[in-house]
Design a protein around this ligand. Structure first.
Ligand code: PGA
Length: 241
């Protein structure tokens, strides 16, 4: 694991955007894995700026998102489809047919998950996967007690995650309790992984991920076994390292 400690959120976002931009410049048909949540927002903003300056081109880029809420329509402002459209996709020239996000409104979960895995395989795998991390150490929606061998599947969200995500909804009752998420196996097959964390509330999860035992109790700890992981953390998130 390569750990980069930076001063603040701004610097974390700049470094992450620079790494993603380099990936796009080195391979203009890269397959990028994207994440949602507050953490990557600054990164997406910087990528849009770099795109507007003419330094990166998304014309041949393919994207796969980590997860989507189950049974939340695409046009719901809290869906990850909506988030990605607003914060990145509609601001760059990525082709709609190259964008992949699990369909939370699918009729058959089994079919949806299988198709998602097949689409990643047909794209020759993910070149660079961006990750955030939950306060409980989750990556994607792979909650503690995770099965490391899981591929894309339906997950039941942890109480801690439902509580953390309730800040985006009018009430905690509105937070979906299930999601479709890439599994740990899917994530571990990405060729390169960049994990971002900022804020004191992530410090324990980062400590457990980097210094702790590899355990299903801390899903992100499995990243210790990946050959190419870069963790970019601000001083607060790194405070226990
Ligand atoms: P956050 O979420 O970026 O909103 O903190 C991260 C996560 O839960 O994976």
């Amino acid at each position: 694991m390569k750990i980069i400690i930076v001063n603040d959120y701004e610097e974390m976002s700049k470094k992450a955007a620079n790494i993603i931009s380099s990936q796009i410049i080195l391979n203009s048909s890269s397959v990028l894995g994207f994440a949602t949540g507050d953490t990557p927002l600054g990164t997406y903003k910087k990528l849009v700026n770099t795109y507007n300056e003419g330094d990166i081109d998304f014309a041949e880029i393919k994207t796969f998102n980590l997860d989507e809420y189950y049974h939340l329509p695409k046009d719901n402002t809290q869906s990850y489809n909506f988030y990605m459209t607003e914060n990145l996709f509609k601001q760059v020239n990525v082709k709609p047919q190259n964008i992949h996000i699990p369909n939370g409104m699918c009729e058959s979960i089994e079919e949806e998950c299988l198709n998602y895995e097949n689409a990643i395989e047909q794209a020759d795998g993910i070149n660079l996967q961006l990750l955030g991390i939950g306060t409980n150490g989750h990556i994607g929606f792979n909650e503690p007690d995770v099965k490391f061998e899981a591929t894309t599947h339906l997950v039941h969200l942890d109480e801690e995650t439902i509580h953390a995500n309730s800040r985006f909804f009018d009430s905690i009752e509105e937070v979906p309790t299930k999601a479709i998420s890439m599994g740990i196996k899917t994530i571990m097959q990405a060729k390169k992984i960049v994990l971002l964390a900022s804020g004191i509330e992530k410090s324990e999860a980062i400590y457990n991920t980097v210094r702790g035992h590899i355990t299903p109790e801390v899903p992100a700890s499995v990243l210790q076994l990946h050959p190419d992981v870069t963790i970019i953390v601000d001083n607060n998130a790194a405070s226990r390292l």
